[in-house]
Design a protein around this ligand. Structure first.
Ligand code: MRU
Length: 356
């Protein structure tokens, strides 16, 4: 997708250096950053210079390419894989991508391993783009249906950033919206601000602005009243881990939006590539929920009147704060899962019928 009219992906390789867009600097500064070592890749994931389930998976895959360039030895590769998996706990795509790379690379001759690793990391990215594009085409049908009934702008609420910046291109939740926009269907997005890191305001609204999609940022608590007023036609969110029973783990606050949508009879869809399905965990209480530093709550960053970026404290210094990053929306509140293979019910049967 485009930034200032120029096409970008979120991650690419140039002369054995991994290039990323540093998302901690958006929307005020656009910086392309170099990752030269596996440590750089781990740090980029931990500090959220790259974030979003599919993108952290792709970064981990390229992290292993960097590990091989640094030290072409199986024990270093194994240790790097472990460190990458533990860099963020909730999104399953991270482990999925590392496991896929290691399956290809274990026991491979040292003279061939770099080429194989490079090809597999590239394939993970190409596949994600194709899957996100298909998610868009499948979700487009739902938006079209609403538009044909309503014959007016379709208002879509989304939470956090499940946009192209969270994937390699297109995004998951945003892909149906981009496809509808490109087809000339009038769409307008309510972008939840998504405290504390403001991915909705800083990233979702930013990427929609760059693509010319109408959007309005709302405080995280505003969705409910907009739904009661009939100003939301549907919700589409992303996910970091979807269980085989259809329970959906996503950015904290998603659950409350799903409850409000359910109470107001508004369709609530979750968009995901199959790399986000966890076929092993059966009970959502077993999903590792990331708890991040409370500084993310107590401090905010933005432009001051001179245009310089400033970080300020907004809470009483003595107050404690808790920063859980994800929550789980039970399957019963999810209208459907929009995947690369089609739209299915959020249930074991729905997922198994699509992904035998
Ligand atoms: O903490 P983040 O910014 O990595 O969280 C991102 C989300 O919760 C997204 O909705 C999810 O990863 C889906 S991305 C296509």
């Amino acid at each position: 997708m485009k930034i200032e009219g120029k096409e970008y992906r979120t991650i690419w390789l140039e002369n054995n250096i991994v290039k990323i867009i540093d998302q901690t600097k958006l929307p005020h500064t656009f910086i392309i950053k170099d990752l030269k070592t596996v440590k750089d890749a781990i740090n980029a994931i931990k500090t959220m210079e790259v974030r979003g389930a599919p993108l952290i998976g792709a970064t981990a895959a390229y992290g292993l390419v960097l590990a091989i360039i640094e030290n072409n030895d199986q024990s270093f590769l194994k240790k790097s894989a472990e460190d990458l998996i533990s860099s963020r706990p909730t999104a399953i795509n991270l482990k999925w991508a590392v496991d896929r790379m290691i399956k290809k690379l274990s026991g491979v001759n040292s003279d061939k391993i770099l080429e194989i690793a490079f090809n597999e990391a590239k394939e993970i990215c190409e596949e994600d783009i194709k899957f996100c594009e298909n998610i868009g085409l499948n979700g487009l049908k739902i938006i079209e249906e609403i538009y044909h009934k309503k014959k007016d702008t379709v208002n879509i609420l989304t939470h956090c950033n499940a946009g192209w910046l969270a994937t390699i291109n297109w995004g998951t939740a945003t892909s149906p919206i981009y496809h509808a926009h490109k087809k000339g269907i009038p769409v307008h997005v309510w972008a939840d601000e998504t405290r504390p890191r403001n991915q909705g305001a800083n990233l979702t609204s930013y990427e929609f602005n760059e693509e010319g999609v109408k959007n309005t940022i709302i405080a995280d608590n505003t969705g409910g009243i907009l739904m009661q007023r009939g100003e939301v036609d549907m919700c589409i969110v992303g996910t970091d881990r979807t269980l085989s029973n259809g329970d959906v783990c996503n950015k904290v606050g998603t659950y409350l939006k799903a409850l409000a949508a359910y109470d107001n009879d508004i369709p609530f869809y979750v968009a995901l590539p199959s790399s986000t399905i966890d076929w092993n965990i059966k009970d959502h209480k077993d999903i590792p929920i990331e708890e991040r530093n409370s500084d993310e709550l107590s401090h905010v960053e933005g432009l001051d009147e001179k245009g310089d970026i400033k970080k300020i404290q907004i809470y009483p210094k003595k107050s404690k704060a808790m920063n859980l990053a994800f929550d789980v929306t039970p399957a019963k509140y999810v209208t459907g899962l929009i995947t690369e293979k089609g739209v299915c019910e959020a249930s074991e049967k729905g997922l198994k019928d699509l992904f035998k």
